[in-house]
Ligand binder design. Sequence first.
Ligand code: SF4
Length: 383
Amino acid sequence: MSLLNSLIMEHQRISFEEGVDLLKFASLDELKSKANAFRFELNPKKEVTFVLDSNPNYTNVCNADCSFCAFYRKPSAKDSYTKTVEQVLEHFEIARKAGLTTVLLQGGLNDDLKIEYYEELVRAVRKYYPDLYPHLFSAPELWNVARVSHLTIEETLKRLWNAGLRSIPGGGAEIISERIRLSISPKKMEPGAWIDVHQTAHRLGYRTTATMMYGHVEEPEDIVNHLEEVRNLQDLYGGFTAFIPWSYKRDRTALRRRVDSWVGDHAYLRIIAFARLYLDNVAHIQASWFSEGRDVGMEALHSGADDFGGIVFEENVHKATGFVHKANHNDVLEMIREAGFEPVQRSMLYQILRRYAPGEIVDLPLSQIEGTSIPRQLSVIGK
Ligand code: SF4
């Protein structure tokens, strides 16, 4: 009997050593089939959830120089930008007009932006866009805000909580390993900071997502260790809503000189399946048509994932590497159905917002049909 079979039959938590063994040597078919069975144990309905969301950015100025990133700019670069709060709200207005429910907002580590900017932004979003759920500021940004504002992480998170923030995205984790941080992003945060920020956030009552960017300089042991860190923190507070992996995209990044090629589809499916089995305390595993492509995203729904991410109406970070996939509300419904599941629209916190009749298509707001071009001028505040 295989190691995986015996673990599943005994309903045992997979240990670190067993995890390394499985990730290295178990067949992809076996991982997928066991992960899929476990997915249906945790989420029994033949439904796949998704969110109507957008991922705009407020600044591309960043001091971290991560070698895998094509998005950031130095402050002196001609195409660097930092938006005022009012300019950021224009993106929320666009999201509202596009019929979205969630905005995930992130930016670079910009030393000119102190806590007051972030507080004002959260308060304004809560006041003017109460129907758009704000999922704002990843751990590295929060760490940098604390640093330049001379606050602790806890003080920073408490001030943003008081302004109205309740959930933060999991970006910036890459692979949780000091060796890898030093290798690919040595100026970003400090040892253990991603976990520290999320642990503090969970203790204060925030919900967050856990992410992982793989396919660069990591070894299988690093991936298992990353999942172990996530699982251990989840045991403490249960604050992660989902786990979201994506592959490193090489184009236009400095790191491509050290990474021969893109890691490929099988690696993604393997990680989705393995993560479903290893993270036995995280409710949802997210598949992504957006970061990995339509067909692989759909295949991931048969490999342990129960969620399809969002429609990602506006996005610039993947786009900076030349990797662009687009879909609207109906496209996502179609992909989920084609994969053999019923689509269900959810909120950021996985509350069910809408079920659909078989084959139902929705009327799209004009902006979802036209795409994501941002009008130069939008009068927002007070409307
Ligand atoms: S990944 Fe984030 S922190 Fe790193 S350079 Fe890009 S914007 Fe800056």
